[in-house]
Design a protein. Structure first.
Length: 72
């Protein structure tokens, strides 16, 4: 289990995840001010944004940890 959580991103990958996280978080917060289904979609975007920021901070990618190949 400890190998699963080992850092697997370089500096470039961390920057990409950080930018992606901030963008998803901003879109999510903007959608939270809507009504109906937009609030639920906004919550999903906020969750994705937080995941991206956590990945950038830790240098760890969930997809890579699960064995998927990524370009960065």
């Amino acid at each position: 289990m400890t190998k699963f959580f080992q850092p697997n991103l370089d500096r470039r990958g961390r920057w990409v995840r950080a930018i992606w996280g901030v963008l998803m978080l901003a879109i999510g917060v903007a959608l939270l001010f809507g009504e109906g289904w937009r609030v639920w979609v906004g919550l999903g975007f906020v969750a994705l944004g937080l995941l991206g920021l956590i990945e950038a901070r830790r240098g760890w990618c969930l997809a890579r940890a699960c064995g998927l190949k990524t370009r960065l």
